[in-house]
Design a protein around this ligand. Structure first.
Ligand code: NG6
Ligand code: CA
Length: 506
């Protein structure tokens, strides 16, 4: 009898403890990942030519960071790092063509995969740009491996970029709306099929483009790469905001009862910039500014949905960008001519592609009503740290070989601490390293590619070593490499250690 009683009490205890666990629900996580948004491009960071009321609201009750960084100055490496917690150089991640095989290997542990293991439903909606398939992909069959094979439960993607073919959405394993009798062919080597190109038919274009962006015309825009077929499946660029917000909010609705992770990866404000007509003229800067207004609206729609479902207080929202800003990135959209007083890079030098600060120093806002309080934080952290920090948030301990470069910066990210990352790697066409206010940039041999030089992009590439003290030289003008040798040597050593070790986190 005593035995039976003890047994029943034991069962009751187990039952109660499992109820308690259910009550402490894991927070939802929404990562809003904007494309090519610069430090100075939104209101709360000093934008002049465009208003961003939704983002300013987030910053009014969240943490706004002034020294947070994407892992690299271009998209593919940054995305690789944010999803794997690994520096991009470890897998030689560089801007991929639209027919590249998947960059994240099947054994790689990923942020969404880690969350999946911990009971989250995970989704990507928006730009992928990490490759699909294993080479020679047939777009008319099952498209895999892709996001579903590396940790996402649901995927609705722009496969590469808006300026690259194929110009179709892929939902889970298939091109959306593809008809059997009109198969898709894609090539980055030679023209396929008979569709007009920017070079053959410039009169068909909404925006004139440089030669790299003058291949197949889809929706009045010439792209990088050639495609043929799949006409019913072609996207309409102007509909990106409605389409992507629609899919993102549907995923949120479907998962409102369980923890979810949404990686909402914008097309804006990447080229081609052809915002929906609702946003045309919303800025004084032409299509680039209007695309920022559109991006602000999209963000607001996600927040509204969280509020409407009454789950905003249980959702950590992280808003940030994949690399710094660029004005002319291949299309004649007046971004340079209409810039006015607006400073897309804020006070920093360079932008997208650049080794200078504006390459990776981007706006980041962390918003979580009633958990995170309003703050402006100058702490240094990198997006590569999100993996480990989120693991800590949900009480998961990383395996030894998981997310090798991801530091636990949770307290900094939630605004509870001002602690800096001990050293910060900034990847670009070379490597930079920051320790506090000091910054070192590795020299490179050779010259800057023509397309960069022609577009007025300050690459930061130099045959000489560069050392700056951002405390009194925020725009990296005064190279101290020959003056402060000790500092130079110590930063070089830090960089060497990163490059030589397979793992940099504790
Ligand atoms: C570059 C393209 C640029 C853009 C970029 C990728 C040229 C000359 N430029 O190669 O237009 O597509 O790749 O941008 O082809 S990113 O944000 O995805 O890194
Ligand atoms: Ca980008």
């Amino acid at each position: 009898m005593l035995y039976l009683k003890t047994f029943l009490v034991f069962i009751l205890l187990i039952f109660l403890s499992s109820c308690a666990k259910d009550e402490i629900r894991k927070p939802n996580i929404v990562l809003i990942y904007v494309d090519d948004l610069g430090y100075g491009d939104i209101g709360c960071y000093g934008a002049i030519g465009v208003k961003t009321p939704n983002l300013d609201n987030l910053a009014n009750s969240g943490v706004r960071f002034t020294d947070s960084h994407c892992a690299a100055a271009t998209c593919t490496p940054s995305r690789y790092s944010i999803l794997t917690g690994s520096y991009a150089f470890r897998n030689n991640a560089q801007i991929l063509p639209g027919d590249a095989p998947i960059l994240i290997g099947p054994q790689t542990q990923t942020l969404p995969g880690m969350l999946q293991k911990n009971g989250y439903k995970t989704a990507i909606v928006g730009k992928w740009h990490l490759g699909l398939g294993n080479g020679n992909l047939d777009w008319n069959k099952d498209i895999k491996p892709g996001p579903l094979e590396v940790g996402f439960d649901y995927s609705f993607i722009i496969p590469a970029t808006g300026d690259r073919v194929p110009c179709v959405y892929v939902e889970n394993h298939n091109v959306v709306g593809l008809e059997k009798n009109d198969p898709i062919t894609v090539s980055y080597l030679e023209k396929v099929g008979i569709l007009p190109t920017g070079l053959s038919n410039p009169e068909m274009l909404q925006q004139q483009a440089d030669t790299q962006h003058s291949n197949t015309i889809i929706n009045g825009i010439s792209r990088i790469g050639y495609m043929e077929g799949g006409e019913k499946a072609w996207w309409v660029d102007e509909e990106f905001p409605n389409m992507l917000v629609g899919k993102a909010n549907k995923f949120i609705e479907n998962n409102k009862e369980n923890p979810f992770f949404l990686y909402f990866s914008f097309h804006d404000i990447h080229v081609p910039r052809v915002p929906n007509k609702r946003f045309v003229g919303k800025s004084t800067m032409g299509p680039r500014g209007d695309a920022i207004a559109q991006m602000d609206w999209c963000t607001g729609e996600i927040i509204n949905k969280l509020e409407e479902l009454n789950i905003d207080e249980n959702t950590l929202v992280i808003f940030t960008s994949d690399n710094g800003p660029v004005l002319n990135d291949g299309y004649e959209d007046m971004a340079v001519e209409l810039l006015g007083e607006h400073k897309q890079s804020g006070p920093f030098r360079g932008g997208k592609y650049s080794a200078y600060e504006a390459g990776t120093r981007i706006p980041s806002i962390v918003y979580w009503p009633n958990v995170v309080s309003k703050k402006v934080s100058n702490a240094i952290w990198s997006q590569v740290d999100l993996y480990n920090s989120i693991a800590n948030l949900i009480g998961y301990k990383l395996a030894n070989n998981e997310a090798p470069d991801s530091y636990n910066m949770l307290n900094t990210i939630l605004g509870k601490s001002n602690e800096d990352r001990s050293v910060l790697l900034e990847e670009s066409f070379t490597k930079g390293i920051r320790k506090g206010s000091w910054k070192y940039i590795s020299p490179v041999s050779g010259s800057v590619p023509d397309w960069m030089a022609n577009k007025g992009i300050e690459s930061g590439l130099s045959n000489d070593e560069q050392l700056y003290n951002l405390d009194n030289d925020i725009a990296e003008r005064n190279n101290l490499a020959k003056i402060n040798i000790d500092r130079l040597d110590s930063l070089k050593l830090q960089l060497k250690l990163i490059l030589e070790n397979e793992k940099t986190r504790k």
